[in-house]
Design a protein around this ligand. Structure first.
Ligand SMILES: [Cu+2]
Length: 119
């Protein structure tokens, strides 16, 4: 079968209004003195919708970077006690280190690891 014919068949078989990309992954990170707890240890590559819930007394934020050091550092801004911060990150496959960037917080234990896998 030719590629053009396959493409035509695929277009005919696709449900109307199907999204071009799968729904974004969602993840909740709960911050406290002194821990970061992830709602899941693994997410699918692509857009990740993050929420940072600060149930602690101090302000906290969130940064993420691939453990191999490649790519940008992702950030979710400082979030006050009792507040919910939000961000959308586009992540490619790999292992990521997450941490709170406020002075001393990472050393006190506010760090976690996340695995991003193929969809
Ligand atoms: Cu912190």
């Amino acid at each position: 079968m030719t590629g053009a014919l396959l493409a035509t068949l695929a277009a005919l078989l696709a449900p109307a209004g199907a999204p071009a990309e799968a729904a974004p992954a969602r993840m909740l990170v709960t911050a406290d003195e002194w821990s970061l707890v992830l709602s899941r240890q693994t997410v699918a590559a692509g857009v990740v919708e993050l929420q940072l819930y600060n149930r602690g007394e101090d302000a906290h934020d969130l940064a993420a970077r691939r453990r191999d050091g490649t790519g940008p550092t992702r950030r979710l801004g400082e979030t006050g006690s009792g507040a919910l911060g939000e961000a959308r990150w586009r992540l490619r496959r790999g292992r990521y280190r997450l941490w709170c960037t406020l002075p001393g917080h990472k050393a006190a234990g506010m760090k976690a690891t996340l695995k991003v896998v193929r969809r």
